[in-house]
Design a protein around this ligand. Structure first.
Ligand SMILES: [Zn+2]
Length: 200
């Protein structure tokens, strides 16, 4: 038996299942949580619980929401004429951090992957077409990751929106090929956003 307490053992095991956290780090974090004031540790536990039980998917953009629609969709100061399409809610956070984009978002929650059986219906592409159909959007900025699946998804979007009076642009390849949007630093991403081009 490694631990004198079953609860401690449970905590270390659960934390070591998180990405990038091995047993050693999990143990260090667990002992840290035992040292800090109880309220502080409980606050973390509560935050985890709330993020799982108190959030839902925004019915408009597909982002994480506490109420319908999400904060970003409800914000009247944002520009309705621009719509940025991203793969995951975490990509919205990265783009927001650049402070250079003030339009709306559409979160696909995935990318096309015929091999894995992921078609347009599974990734909120019909919802995207519907938003464009309703009008008011002048530019759709495709910010899927520069991976082969991200590129394939970008081209599918181009085709789906071909009949609509909107510009479809793709963020520039400032983002290193094959890398995740999430890893791109703010400067690179700001440049990628500003250097976007028409998607052929
Ligand atoms: Zn939303």
């Amino acid at each position: 038996m490694q631990y004198s307490s079953r609860h401690l053992e449970d905590l270390v095991r659960e934390m070591s299942r998180l990405p990038g956290i091995g047993t050693k780090t999990a143990q260090r974090l667990a002992f840290h949580l035992l040292r800090v004031p109880t309220e502080e540790a409980v606050r973390l536990a509560r935050a985890i619980e709330q993020v799982r039980t108190g959030v839902e998917v925004c019915t408009v953009c597909g982002n994480i929401a506490e109420s319908q629609p999400c904060r970003l969709c409800a914000d009247e100061r944002r520009d309705d004429s621009q719509l940025c399409v991203v793969e995951e809610p975490s990509d919205v956070v990265v783009l927001e951090r650049t402070g250079r984009y003030n339009g709306r978002y559409h979160v696909l929650r995935g990318v096309l992957s015929p091999v894995e059986g992921v078609g347009p219906e599974q990734i909120r592409l019909p919802e995207l077409v519907e938003r464009v159909r309703r009008g008011g959007i002048q530019e759709v900025i495709v910010a899927t990751n520069p991976t082969s699946a991200g590129e394939a998804t970008a081209h599918a979007i181009r085709e789906l929106l071909a009949g609509f009076p909107v510009r479809v642009t793709r963020i520039a390849r400032g983002v290193p090929v094959g890398s995740d949007l999430e890893l791109a630093d703010q400067v690179t991403l700001t440049r990628a956003l500003e250097g976007r081009k028409e998607l052929e």
